[in-house]
Design a protein around this ligand. Structure first.
Ligand code: APR
Ligand code: PHB
Length: 388
């Protein structure tokens, strides 16, 4: 098999890259280790920045997102009993789109099938060859035999646990990591959201987030210990704890129901540098992870892929400037989102190990946000997303 760009991983990064390259007339094949149904079963965040919305439109897959997505002009923060609304639109002129990552993935998969673009699902033992030279290839087992996909370039879109970042020699890859001492327990339910905007809440019992997927489907999170198990949390226990952590007037409107999904995710900040090794380019979770506070994961991935698609299009039009600048340019944006996600996480969660001093500094930061339009503007500017 031969193509122009071999993409490893059919998560949102790989699928969006494939769709954008197709728009530029560039052939691509995706090699994914899981099944399509498995990829669609993963529940992730659901807030899209304008940059992501624009890229979906550019790829020609934005129609359902515009029909069913919920544009949000602001969100709420709650600190104990005090509330602050961040007026995203008033502060920045921009808004965000609430539309689940599962739906983004479904739209991209449908588009790929309609366009007749090839995706190899359930590929085993994926490995890369020749990425240091001019004839890279992705080799894998499929249908009981070894297959070789030759390409001009390889895009490593295979997420944090993928094979691409681990392919170059370890001393060529510099990694930076911060692990947080807690996780998020998430619950999805077909109940109307507790509030028409998202609420990020900090209470003495821990962080909570009230989010949504639609007017009839809500998504809630609770800060939990890393040694807790989903099985330890009945739906009733989750709802009772959520009610305790939400601000009282919001809790009054909480509608509960059976969970559709419950899961625990650890929180991590991680960056691998550089994002290019010869003819191998990393994008999305393969190169970086943010804690979910602020929902930057998918948006950062989209930013990488937007830059990479443009750089590859320029290559085929005769210039390698974009490819040569890709890693440095992407990392500048990545580190700003890493900083913001870390800051928002540190502000809103309980860190008992930081003692009373830490808690009072967090409270002072919230009080400052309440008083200062400049501070709110800095938060809003980061939340709606920085330009590509
Ligand atoms: N070979 C082929 N495919 C692989 C391999 C491998 N060795 N390892 C992992 N994959 C696949 C995974 O099964 C997954 O479908 O790569 C895909 C990576 O998808 P994501 O983990 O979703 O990463 P990405 O597409 O960069 O998405 C970034 O989406 O997943 C969220 O938190 C993430 O919000 C962020 C955004
Ligand atoms: C979500 O809806 O899953 C979500 C929203 C905002 C975040 C994180 C997750 O910051």
């Amino acid at each position: 098999m031969r193509t122009q760009v071999a993409i490893v991983g059919a998560g949102p990064s790989g699928l969006l890259l494939g769709a954008l390259l197709h728009r530029h007339g560039i052939d691509n094949v995706i090699v994914e280790q899981r099944s399509g149904d498995y990829v669609l079963s993963r529940i992730r965040a659901g807030v899209l920045e304008q940059v992501m919305v624009d890229l979906m439109d550019e790829a020609g897959v934005g129609a359902r997102m515009h029909r069913e997505g919920l544009p949000h002009d602001g969100f709420e923060m709650a600190f104990d009993h005090d509330r602050l609304r961040i007026d995203l639109h008033g502060l920045t002129g921009k808004r965000v789109m609430v539309y689940g990552q599962t739906e983004v993935t479904r739209d991209l998969m449908d588009h790929r099938a309609q366009a007749g673009l090839q995706t190899v699902y359930e590929a085993d033992g994926v490995r890369l060859e020749g990425w240091e030279g001019t004839r890279p290839a992705v080799v894998f087992q499929h249908g009981g035999r070894e297959q070789r996909l030759e390409a001009d370039f390889i895009a490593g879109c295979d997420g944090f646990h993928g094979v691409c970042r681990r392919t170059p020699p370890p001393d060529a890859v510099h990694t930076f990591e911060k692990v947080y001492p807690f996780g998020w327990l998430g619950l999805l339910a077909d109940t109307p959201p507790v509030h028409h905007e998202l609420i990020y809440g900090s209470s003495g019992r821990g962080f909570t987030l009230a989010s949504m997927r639609s007017h009839t489907r809500s998504r809630y999170y609770l800060q939990c210990r890393l040694d807790e198990k989903v099985e330890d949390w009945s739906d009733e226990a989750f709802w009772a704890e959520l009610r305790r952590r939400l601000p009282a007037d919001a809790a009054e409107h909480l509608v509960t129901g059976p969970s559709l999904e419950k899961s625990i995710a650890p929180l991590r900040s991680f960056v691998a540098e550089p994002m290019r090794f010869g003819r191998l380019f990393l994008a999305g979770d393969a190169a970086h992870i943010v804690p979910p506070t602020g929902a930057k994961g998918l948006n950062l991935a989209a930013g990488d892929v937007g830059l990479l698609a443009r750089a590859l299009a320029e290559h085929y039009a005769g210039s390698d400037e974009g490819l040569d600048g890709y890693s440095a340019r992407a990392l500048k944006r990545v580190w700003k989102a890493e900083r913001f996600s870390w800051w928002f996480t540190m502000l809103m969660h309980q860190f008992p190990e930081n003692g009373g001093f830490g808690l009072r500094v967090q409270r002072a930061e919230f009080d400052f946000l309440c008083q200062s339009r400049a501070a709110q503007q800095a938060l809003a500017e980061n939340y709606v997303g920085l330009p590509l």
